[in-house]
Design a protein around this ligand. Structure first.
Ligand SMILES: Nc1nc2c(c(=O)[nH]1)N[C@H]1C(S)=C(S)[C@@H](COP(=O)(O)OP(=O)(O)OC[C@H]3O[C@@H](n4cnc5c(=O)[nH]c(N)nc54)[C@H](O)[C@@H]3O)O[C@H]1N2
Ligand SMILES: Nc1nc2c(c(=O)[nH]1)N[C@H]1C(S)=C(S)[C@@H](COP(=O)(O)OP(=O)(O)OC[C@H]3O[C@@H](n4cnc5c(=O)[nH]c(N)nc54)[C@H](O)[C@@H]3O)O[C@H]1N2
Ligand code: SF4
Ligand SMILES: [Mo]
Length: 686
C-alpha cells in the first residue's frame, strides 16, 4: 500500500466520518503509517467513545481489496487498469458526445451517504449543473429528505438533534439510536440520569429498548393513530400549551376536530397497543409538558404515508410548546458560509429535473431529483433519455429498491462511472471505476447545529494517484473546458477558505480546534422575536401545500393496507434495513472481524411463526414479494422480540440483497420515498 501520511509522527485529532455523527477521534501516526484510532476524550461529540464502525477506519483505508488505480471495463467484461489522465479524457469525451446528441440533461451525478450532505455533495451538484444538467441524485431519495419535508411543512426547519439531555420525556419513534446514532443515545442517557423517562415505540425489540421506561410494541404502519390519540388526549385534558398554540400556530380548530376521532379505545384497537400502555404514555406526556423531545426514525420515511405521520408527530411536540425550549426541540442556526451550488446563478428548472413534476416537494425543498425515477429514464421510459451517470460514494444496486431493475437500468447506460474505494456491486457494472479518497484523505467543514459548532476534518494521509472528490470533479470540468470558470480553486484548502470567507470562521483556528468553534451563541425561544420560517410565519398544523396530491390540509391517518396475521398464515410484513452495529448500509462487509460476528444475511422471524412453518434456526426459506424473491437463512427470535407476522432482513448484503424484494412503485405520494418497512411477502421453507 502506497499511503503517505501528511502529518508528522504523533497523535492527530480529527473527526470520524465512518458515519454522519462526526465523533472526535485521535489517530496515531508512526513512521508514516496510521497505526491506531481511538475516541477523543476532549471532543464534545463522542467524548472519547468510538463505535465498532469507527474503529474500522484504518482497516478500510489499508484494505487489500482497495482500488488504487482507475479501471476500465473491456468488451469481455473484465476490468483493466488505465492511467488516470486517460480515464478522465475518455470520460470527458463520452460526456461531450452524449451532451451533443441528446442534451446535457441526459447525464446525471449521484452521490451517496459516504459523501455526506455538505461540500462533498456540492462538488457533484456544481459539476452537473455547470455541465447544463439539472439531474442530481443521491441517497436522499430514500433518506432524510422526506423527514426534512415533513418538519419543514409544519415548522420550517429540522431540529438536527433534540435536547434529550434536558428533557423530561423522550419519545423514540421507530429508531434504534443506541446502534444508529451513538452520540445522540449518550445525550438520551444523560437526560435519563437527570430523571427523564424514555419511551420506545417499535414493533421489534431493539438495543435501545433496554434503556426504556415504557415500551410500546406497535403494529407497523399504525403510529399515526397513536399520535392522533395522544394529541386528542392532551387537548381533551387541557394539557397543551394553549398560549403557544394561540399565538404561534395556524389550523388548530380543524386539527382539534380531526383528533376527536381518536379516543384511546379505538387507538388501542388500531395499533394493537393495550389501552393501559397508551394511557400511561399519554399521562407521562401530560405530566411533563413542555419538556418533551422526540426522535423520528427512518422507518417513517420508508412507509407510504410517512410524511404525514411525521407531520403529526412534529405537531404533537408543537402543541405541547416544546419548540425551541430547553429540553425540547431546538430550532437550529447555521453559520453564514458560502454554498458551492449554482442554483442561484444558473436556473435549470425548465430543463425538467427528473421527478420534479411528480414529487415537486423533493425538488423544491432539497433540489433532489428522484433516484427511483432515474431508473425509468435510464430504461427509456422517461420524458427524455438518461444515458450517462457518475456515481460517487453510493452503492444503489444494494441500496435502492427493486434491485433487479436498478441493475438493468445501470447496465443500459452508455456511460457509467463509479468512484469508490472498492469494486462494489454497483462499481462492477461501470465502464470506469475511479479510486476514491476516504475521509482521512480529505479536509472538509462540518457543523453541529444543535451545539452551534463548526469543525474541520483534517487530511492525514494520501495515496499516490488517488484524487479526492474536489480534484476529481475539477479534473473532469477542466477536461470539458469549464474548469477555469466553475472550479477555479487549486485545491481543497482553497475551497474551504472560500466557503468560510466572510462568515467569521477562521480555517486555521478550525484546524487547531477539532473540537469545534462556536459560530453563534445558542439561543432558544427565537419564535418570541422571529416568525417561524413557514409561509404563515407560524407552526402550520394544517397546510395547503400537499393539495397537489389531492391530500387534505390535515396530516390524516391512513390505516395500513396490510396487517400481520389478518391474511393467510403465509403472508407476512417484511421490514428491511434494521441497522447492525458493524455495518453501514453496504459498507464494512469486508472487515474480517465483523464478518466473523455477522457473516451472512438472515431473516428474523418470531418463534411462533417459525413453529407454524416448521422452521428451525438456520434453515433456508424462500421469501417472495410482488417484485422478486430471495432465499435466505432464518434467525428465530423469542416470542416477545417482535410481533408475530413480521419479518426483518438487513440491507446492503451482496450475497442476499433484500432490495430484490422491495418495490420502487410503492411510494409515499408526497416524498416519492419507497415503502421499505412494510413489504407484503409470502414465506416457504425450502
Ligand atoms: N450501525 C449503523 N448505523 C447507522 C446506519 C447503518 O447502516 N449502520 N445507517 C445510518 C442511516 S443513513 C440511517 S437513515 C439511520 C437509521 O437509523 P434508525 O432510524 O435508528 O434505523 P433502524 O435501526 O433501522 O431502526 C428502525 C426501527 O424502526 C422499526 N420499525 C419498522 N416499522 C415501524 C413502524 O411502522 N413503526 C414503528 N414505530 N417502528 C417501526 C424497526 O423495527 C427498527 O427497529 O441509521 C444511521 N446509522
Ligand atoms: N431495503 C432497504 N434499503 C435501504 C435502506 C433500508 O432501510 N432498507 N436504507 C436506505 C438509506 S436510509 C440510505 S441512507 C441508503 C444508503 O445508500 P448508499 O449511500 O448507496 O449506501 P452505502 O452502502 O453506504 O454506499 C456507500 C459507498 O461509498 C463508498 N465509500 C466509502 N467512503 C467513501 C468516500 O470517502 N468516497 C467515495 N467516493 N466513496 C466512499 C463505500 O465503499 C460504498 O460503496 O440505503 C438505503 N437503502
Ligand atoms: S458513531 Fe461511530 S462511525 Fe459514526 S462518527 Fe462516531 S465513531 Fe465514527
Ligand atoms: Mo439513511
Amino acid at each position: 500500500m502506497n499511503g503517505r501520511t501528511v502529518m508528522p509522527d504523533g497523535s492527530v485529532s480529527t473527526l470520524c466520518r465512518q458515519c454522519d455523527m462526526h465523533c472526535g477521534i485521535k489517530i496515531q501516526v508512526e513512521n508514516g503509517r496510521l497505526t491506531k484510532i481511538s475516541g477523543d476524550k476532549g471532543h464534545p461529540i463522542g467524548r472519547g467513545k468510538i463505535c465498532p464502525k469507527g474503529t474500522a477506519a484504518l482497516e478500510m483505508i489499508y484494505h487489500r481489496d482497495r482500488i488504487l488505480n482507475p479501471l476500465k471495463r473491456k468488451s469481455n467484461g473484465r476490468f483493466e487498469p488505465i492511467p488516470y489522465d486517460q480515464a478522465i479524457a475518455e470520460i470527458a469525451r463520452k460526456l461531450s458526445n452524449i451532451k451533443a446528441e441528446t442534451g446535457a440533461r441526459s447525464i446525471g451525478a449521484w452521490t451517496g451517504e459516504a459523501i455526506g450532505f455538505l461540500q462533498q455533495e456540492e462538488y457533484a451538484r456544481r459539476f452537473i449543473h455547470a455541465l447544463g444538467s439539472p439531474n442530481y441524485f443521491s441517497a436522499e431519495s430514500v433518506c432524510y429528505a422526506a423527514r426534512h419535508i415533513a418538519y419543514h411543512l409544519v415548522q420550517g426547519y429540522y431540529p438536527a438533534c433534540e435536547d434529550y439531555a434536558n428533557s423530561q420525556v423522550i419519545l423514540i419513534w421507530g429508531a434504534n439510536l443506541e446502534i444508529t446514532h451513538p452520540p445522540f443515545m449518550r445525550e438520551v442517557l444523560q437526560g435519563k440520569k437527570k430523571g427523564a423517562k424514555l419511551v420506545v415505540i417499535d414493533p421489534r425489540k431493539t438495543k435501545t429498548e433496554r434503556h426504556a421506561d415504557l415500551v410500546v410494541r406497535i403494529i407497523p404502519g399504525t403510529d399515526g393513530a397513536l399520535v392522533w390519540g395522544l394529541i386528542n388526549h392532551l387537548i381533551q385534558n387541557g394539557k397543551i400549551d394553549t398560549e403557544f398554540v394561540r399565538q404561534h400556530t395556524v389550523g388548530f380548530d380543524d386539527f382539534r376536530a380531526y383528533a376527536e376521532k381518536f379516543d384511546l379505545t379505538c387507538v388501542s384497537r388500531e395499533t394493537g397497543v393495550p389501552v393501559d400502555i397508551i394511557s400511561q404514555l399519554a399521562e407521562l406526556i401530560a405530566r411533563n409538558v413542555p419538556r418533551i423531545s422526540q426522535y423520528v426514525g427512518i422507518s417513517f420515511e420508508h412507509q407510504v404515508n410517512g410524511v404525514n405521520v411525521i407531520r403529526a408527530i412534529v405537531s404533537l411536540g408543537n402543541i405541547c410548546g416544546s419548540s425551541d425550549i430547553p429540553g425540547g426541540s431546538p430550532w437550529p442556526e447555521y453559520p453564514a458560509v458560502r454554498s458551492l451550488t449554482l442554483y442561484d446563478h444558473l436556473p435549470l428548472d425548465d430543463f425538467k429535473p427528473i421527478g420534479a413534476d411528480r414529487f415537486p416537494l423533493l425538488y423544491q425543498f432539497r433540489k433532489q431529483c428522484s433516484s427511483l425515477m432515474a431508473m425509468d429514464y435510464m430504461l427509456g421510459k422517461g420524458d427524455y433519455p438518461l444515458r450517462g451517470c457518475i456515481i460517487s460514494g453510493a452503492n444503489p444496486v444494494l441500496t435502492n429498491p427493486n434491485a433487479a431493475k436498478v441493475k438493468q437500468a445501470l447496465s443500459s447506460l452508455d456511460l457509467l462511472v463509479v468512484k469508490d474505494l472498492f469494486a462494489t456491486a454497483t462499481a462492477r457494472l461501470a465502464h470506469y471505476i475511479i479510486p476514491a479518497a476516504s475521509f482521512l484523505e480529505r479536509s472538509e467543514l462540518h457543523y453541529y447545529p444543535n451545539k452551534n459548532l463548526a469543525a474541520l476534518t483534517r487530511k492525514v494521509i494520501e495515496f499516490e494517484g488517488i484524487r479526492n472528490e474536489y480534484d476529481f470533479w475539477k479534473d473532469l470540468a477542466d477536461a470539458l473546458g469549464f474548469g477555469a470558470r466553475y472550479f477555479p480553486w487549486p485545491d481543497e484548502t482553497a475551497v474551504n477558505q472560500w466557503i468560510v470567507e466572510g462568515s467569521g470562521l477562521d480555517l486555521q483556528a478550525l484546524e487547531k480546534h477539532t473540537g469545534g468553534i462556536a459560530y453563534a451563541p445558542v439561543r432558544r425561544r427565537k419564535f418570541a422575536y422571529t416568525p417561524f420560517p413557514t409561509p404563515s410565519g407560524k407552526i402550520e398544523l394544517t397546510t395547503d401545500v400537499t393539495a397537489f396530491r389531492g391530500l387534505p390540509p390535515i396530516p390524516e391517518y391512513l390505516p395500513p393496507a396490510h396487517r400481520p396475521g389478518r391474511e393467510s398464515a403465509a403472508v407476512f410484513l417484511l421490514a428491511t434495513g434494521a441497522r447492525s452495529p458493524f455495518y453501514y448500509h453496504s459498507r464494512y462487509r469486508n472487515i474480517a472481524r465483523f464478518q466473523k460476528r455477522k457473516p451472512n444475511p438472515v431473516v428474523e422471524i418470531n418463534t411462533l411463526d417459525a413453529e407454524r412453518l416448521k422452521l428451525s434456526h438456520g434453515e433456508k426459506v424462500r421469501i417472495v414479494s410482488k417484485t422478486g424473491e430471495l432465499v435466505i437463512s432464518a434467525k428465530i427470535l423469542k416470542a416477545d422480540a417482535v410481533l408475530p407476522g413480521i419479518l426483518q432482513i438487513g440491507h446492503g448484503w451482496d450475497q442476499g440483497n433484500v432490495n430484490l424484494l422491495t418495490d420502487d412503485a410503492d411510494v409515499d405520494p408526497i416524498s416519492g420515498y419507497p415503502n421499505l418497512k412494510h413489504v407484503v411477502v409470502s414465506v416457504e421453507k425450502v
